[in-house]
Design a protein around this ligand. Sequence first.
Ligand code: F6R
Length: 608
Amino acid sequence: MCGIVGYVGKQDAIPLLIDGLKRLEYRGYDSAGVAVLDSAGLSLRKAVGRLSALEDILHLTPLGGRPGIGHTRWATHGPPTEANAHPHTDDSGRLAVVHNGIIENYKELREELEKKGHRFSSQTDTEVIPHLIAQELKDGAPDTLTALRNALSRARGAYAVGVLSADEPNTVFAARHGSPLIVGIGSGEYYIASDVPAILSRIREVIYLNDGEIAALRTDGVNVYTLAGQRVQPEIHAVTLQAEAAERAGFETYMLKEIHEQPRVLRNLIEKHSDLSDEFELSANYFRKLNRIMIVACGTAYHAGMYGRLLLEHFTGLAVETDLASEFRYRDPKIDPGTLLIPVSQSGETADTLAGIRMARNWGCKVLSICNVPGSSVVRESDAVLFTEAGPEIGVASTKAYTAQQMAFALLALHIARARGTLNESEIAQCLTDLRKVPDAIHLVISRKETIRAIAGKHHDGPSSLYLGRKFNYPTALEGALKNKEISYQHAEGYAAGEMKHGPIALINEYLPVVCICTQTRDEVYDKMISNMKEVEARHGRIIAVATEGDTLVKEIAGDIIYVPAIRDEFSPIVNVVALQLLAYYAAQARGTDIDKPRNLAKSVTVE
Ligand code: F6R
């Protein structure tokens, strides 16, 4: 949600800023801007729309200089206009600020500053920051760093900011509180960025700024301070990601690349954890005494959490609940220290999920997060972390992070089942054998993408579609529908198949595609799913079934069928969802949408 990049070093900042912004565009893409120091002092360029619009402007009116800051915006306060695009400046035009987050008390700050003669030119909350810094300097702050510290002490809400001052050549200031920001260390040059992949090829080490810290990046090094002005010794981490991890590797989109990466990601994850030893940092004794698990997450990660709940209940016998983080934070849940909170998050920066963690910690609960991004806020605020290790996910619609979250839940459920003795060793070994079949099964589904593309081609043009599943595959139905609406913009609704006759059945006619996930082979819900499909058939709905290879019964009912390999019921959702990711993908392609950057969306939702 808004991307920030900044550069201090000997090179011209503009190409480096643009390259970083391109890699951050998934965080927001309704306007963009850059500011550099040059012979004129501070110079800016801004453009409404995608980054390419800013590139066009830079082509027509070139800019060069160093250091520099850049921003790609996902609008919160004020529509996407040039005036609202970042960087924002003070009246003198000597200070420029880029910001990610929301300054909640911006109205009162703005009124106060206006009374003191400051003139505002945008509707954003961000603009108060350069004016506040300028006012602090006017009121006697000895330097920009002190003025920035004082200014930020007055801001309520969340921020990651980058600041450039014409009075401080060779310096970029950065600060974070509740929104992500990292400092990258290259050879003789320094960067700030909203995430590591944005500057991956240019840095060797990284500092994950903590909340309430300010960094001053100069050509000769980085100093980090608290908001109160105390120097802190930052922890410096080596960058272990390979630069290629953040490239498209010849695929037409990041999403398609990430769909294809799933077999490898899951294979690695299983191999890393398959001994189920005590690596989740919480002891077997802790898991034995546990009386309840609460899972909180948003969007796709919430669907993974719903699946996780089903697996945990099934394998461990524990009471498990899953809630949307945005709802959880306003409930009065009966939670005590005997409850384990499991937040699930790809980015590790989702504001609502973080709020859930903070609530649970206040109640004395332990927090075991399932997360993809090392150094993220979720990771840092958890007692223990099960990393999904999916690598950078750049397509806005989550794919490999989702199946990795599902796999993480499967491994965790088996781990807890062993600790609590709810599965014996041979049952666990059988589960692991079955889990190991998942990556190859996904590979096979992906190899059938042309069949899936042809099916998507037949059904993408209607206004709506329905996705039905039961038990372990109810979350799969929700996730399939979410993927479809997110990237193809076709309205799609996921439903528990048993609920269909309580309402949505009224929608069914010969135009409505109904995607039915019917792969269960061993349990009672297979027959129930068949009955539900019959009900759709009787009303002439267009059935697209996801079914197990060789299932002729489903074939008789469905108009179109996507076969997937036979997989143990409990783990089938990890395979089935890949068919639905591809179905959504090709529907979106047929509808001509921007698949990696769907309209109005942003990856990493750092505001409430
Ligand atoms: C959907 C999608 C979103 C995210 C949600 C949570 O494809 O990506 O629904 O799943 O915004 O984000 P994280 O997992 O980063 O907390």
